[in-house]
Design a protein around this ligand. Sequence first.
Ligand SMILES: Nc1nc2c(ncn2[C@@H]2O[C@H](COP(=O)(O)OP(=O)(O)O)[C@@H](OP(=O)(O)OP(=O)(O)O)[C@H]2O)c(=O)[nH]1
Ligand SMILES: Nc1nc2c(ncn2[C@@H]2O[C@H](COP(=O)(O)OP(=O)(O)O)[C@@H](OP(=O)(O)OP(=O)(O)O)[C@H]2O)c(=O)[nH]1
Lengths: 195, 195
Amino acid sequence: RLVIKILEEKIKSEGVVLGSDILKVDSFLNHQVDPFLMSQIGQAFADKFSQAGITKVLTIEASGIAPALMTSLQLQVPMVFARKHKSRTLSGNFYTASVYSFTKQTENKIAISKKFINADDRVLIIDDFLANGQAVQGLLDITSQAGATAVGVGIVIEKRFQAGHDLILSKNIPLVSLASIDHFQDGQVVFNNEG
Amino acid sequence: RLVIKILEEKIKSEGVVLGSDILKVDSFLNHQVDPFLMSQIGQAFADKFSQAGITKVLTIEASGIAPALMTSLQLQVPMVFARKHKSRTLSGNFYTASVYSFTKQTENKIAISKKFINADDRVLIIDDFLANGQAVQGLLDITSQAGATAVGVGIVIEKRFQAGHDLILSKNIPLVSLASIDHFQDGQVVFNNEG
Ligand SMILES: Nc1nc2c(ncn2[C@@H]2O[C@H](COP(=O)(O)OP(=O)(O)O)[C@@H](OP(=O)(O)OP(=O)(O)O)[C@H]2O)c(=O)[nH]1
Ligand SMILES: Nc1nc2c(ncn2[C@@H]2O[C@H](COP(=O)(O)OP(=O)(O)O)[C@@H](OP(=O)(O)OP(=O)(O)O)[C@H]2O)c(=O)[nH]1
């Protein structure tokens, strides 16, 4: 579909490969944000999951917020972003999950208020990147603690050479990734639908 | 206008006053987000500033992202969110500013990449709350370091009993606040357009 073409084009022309396994896309997704592209991304996820009876879109601050918000707008359901850091009004009862960082080799906690997810919810998880899948795993953990149902995961850019893709599929949860990177080659991005 | 009525209604019915000077609105703005309300808020700010020749919308992670994104979508310009914490691909040259926390009595740094703001930019600053104005002041500082022009500030909820409102007006920058709180009374919110 069109948004995938546009996204791949932007990654090729504006993305920068750092080291062996990081793609920097701070010009349209992670620092500066292209609102129209986000709107197209939201439409794409909403179309893919339109029949899933979704009641809530979940993501993690901060880069997941833009694509998740646009998805929730199209699905006409609330969006909840998990907190990673202490927040001014973060009090009350929370579901928490640990998210492991392979690079930092540390555990971080993410939290969602119990007020905003319950057993009747059918959850769509949205995030900007899928790498090792720890962040998505944390959101799935919280979804399960709440007794809610995870009906799908939507990812803007997945790196297929890392474990996240298979991790999610192994849980039998539908995964929609708009841009799927097979590998990096000489500082260039090679997508799964290419050479 | 309609969005102000809707916003005030939601504050009255879902907002919780904490202590003497904090309003918790985590059900539609700060944790769970109402995407349609955000869209209406974005439209309102875009309408108010439609003639200002805005080239960029600036905000700070995380709660500012939703209203700023919707505003930038309507204005058809990029949105940039300042970083408060270290980020995976945060490298390169940045403008930074200090943001003082009265409650914590600490200085925090916010940063925006020099790639995404320059002297030709006409900037609209958007944020969720206006209290003491330190966050907005930090964004104004960065705007000025870049040689750009701050053409306006859009705030979803301002607390008029704190210094931020007057601080911004003293800089002769147009300020649009959708909900303006005069004070809290017995755990209730009293708006400036009421009793
Ligand atoms: N730009 C970019 N980011 C990547 C890439 N791979 C992973 N990330 C991001 O890195 C962060 C995870 O880093 P760590 O917690 O250190 O975990 P890791 O070493 O196991 O990957 C996440 O950012 P986050 O928590 O979502 O941060 P934020 O941007 O939301 O603040 C994730 O989205 C990549 O190729 N490019
Ligand atoms: N809910 C709520 N928040 C308020 C209120 N007044 C100020 N804040 C938020 O508190 C944070 C500022 O807290 P501090 O840095 O400790 O500064 P302060 O004590 O001088 O206010 C900001 O959140 P932030 O940095 O924008 O955090 P985030 O939500 O974006 O993560 C600001 O938006 C209020 O009445 N209600």
